[in-house]
Design a protein around this ligand. Structure first.
Ligand code: 13P
Length: 249
C-alpha cells in the first residue's frame, strides 16, 4: 500500500513570522496525524524556522528547488548539501514555473534529481502539459517524455523514494482543475512509463500526486482515484483552515 502524501508548495509566499504562524497553528491542530504524509515546502528563507517548528512531529520539510553542484562560485544558488544541512527531507524539482520562467529543461531536471538522491533528499519531480499541448492531443507523449528524461541514469533502488507530481500547467492557480478521471488516466500513464523502465513491482511502489487548483472542495475526488497518491497544493496550502481541510479530506 502506498501512503498518500500531501505537500504544500508555498511558492514565493510567507515571511518568517508568517511561516511561524502558519506552521505552529497547523502543528497544534494536526496533533500527530499520520495516515497521510504531510510535507511543508516553504521558500529557502523560512526552511530553518519551519524545521525547528517541525521537530518532534511526523511532518516533512521540502525545498522548492536546488542546484546540482556541490559548492562553489554559483551566486544565488543553493546546494544539495545545504538543503540536507537545514533538514530537508524532500525537494521539488522541475516545477512548471521553474521550467517556464527560469529556463529549466528535462536535462537540468535530471541533473537535479541525481544531485538530490546523492545526498539522500527525496525528489518530488513535476511534470505537466500546457493547454495548447493538451488541445493538440500531445499530453501523453509529452508526459511520457518528461518522465523518461527525468529518470535517465537513476538506479532502480532509488525509485520508491521518488515522488512524481502531475501538474497540468493550465490547472495551476487558475481554479480550472483537471477532472479526477483525466488526472487518474495521466498518472496511470506515468506509472506505466516507470514500469517499462524499472518493472511493474517497482512502479507500484512509487507515489504520484496530482497538483493544480486542489482545494478542500475537490480533494476527495482526487484521493479516491486508484492511481492518485496525494496532492501537491499551492494556494490552498497557505492558510491554516484550508490546509487542515485538505489533510482531513
Ligand atoms: P495551485 O494549487 O495554487 O493551483 O498550485 C499548484 C501548484 O503549482 C503546486 O505546486
Amino acid at each position: 500500500m502506498r501512503k498518500p502524501i500531501i505537500a504544500g508548495n508555498w511558492k514565493m509566499n510567507k515571511t518568517i513570522p508568517e511561516a511561524k504562524q502558519l506552521v505552529s497553528g497547523l502543528v497544534s491542530k494536526l496533533a500527530g496525524k499520520s495516515e497521510v504524509e504531510i510535507v511543508f515546502c516553504p521558500p529557502f528563507t523560512a526552511l530553518s524556522t519551519v524545521k525547528d517548528l517541525l521537530k518532534g512531529t511526523p511532518y516533512g520539510l521540502g525545498a522548492q528547488d536546488l542546484y546540482w553542484k556541490e559548492k562553489g562560485a554559483f551566486t544565488g544558488e543553493v546546494s544539495p548539501l545545504m538543503l540536507k544541512d537545514v533538514g530537508c527531507d524532500y525537494v521539488i524539482i522541475g516545477h512548471s514555473e521553474r521550467r517556464q520562467y527560469f529556463g529549466e529543461t528535462d536535462v537540468t531536471v535530471n541533473q537535479k534529481v541525481k544531485a538530490a538522491l546523492a545526498v539522500g533528499i527525496k525528489p518530488i519531480i513535476c511534470v505537466g502539459e500546457t493547454l495548447a499541448q493538451r488541445e493538440a492531443g500531445e499530453t501523453d507523449a509529452l508526459i511520457k517524455g518528461q518522465t523518461e528524461k527525468a529518470f535517465e541514469g537513476i538506479e532502480v533502488s532509488a525509485i520508491p523514494t521518488i515522488v512524481i507530481a502531475y501538474e497540468p500547467i493550465w490547472a495551476i492557480g487558475t481554479g480550472k482543475s483537471s477532472s479526477a478521471s483525466d488526472a487518474n488516466q495521466v498518472i496511470g500513464l506515468i506509472r506505466n512509463t516507470v514500469a517499462k523502465l524499472y518493472g511493474k513491482e517497482t512502479a507500484e511502489q512509487m507515489r504520484i500526486q496530482y497538483g493544480g487548483s486542489v482545494k478542500p472542495e475537490n480533494i476527495k475526488e482526487y484521493m479516491s482515484q486508484p492511481e492518485i497518491d496525494g496532492a501537491l497544493v499551492g494556494g490552498a496550502s497557505l492558510e491554516i483552515d484550508s490546509f487542515l481541510k485538505l489533510i482531513h479530506y
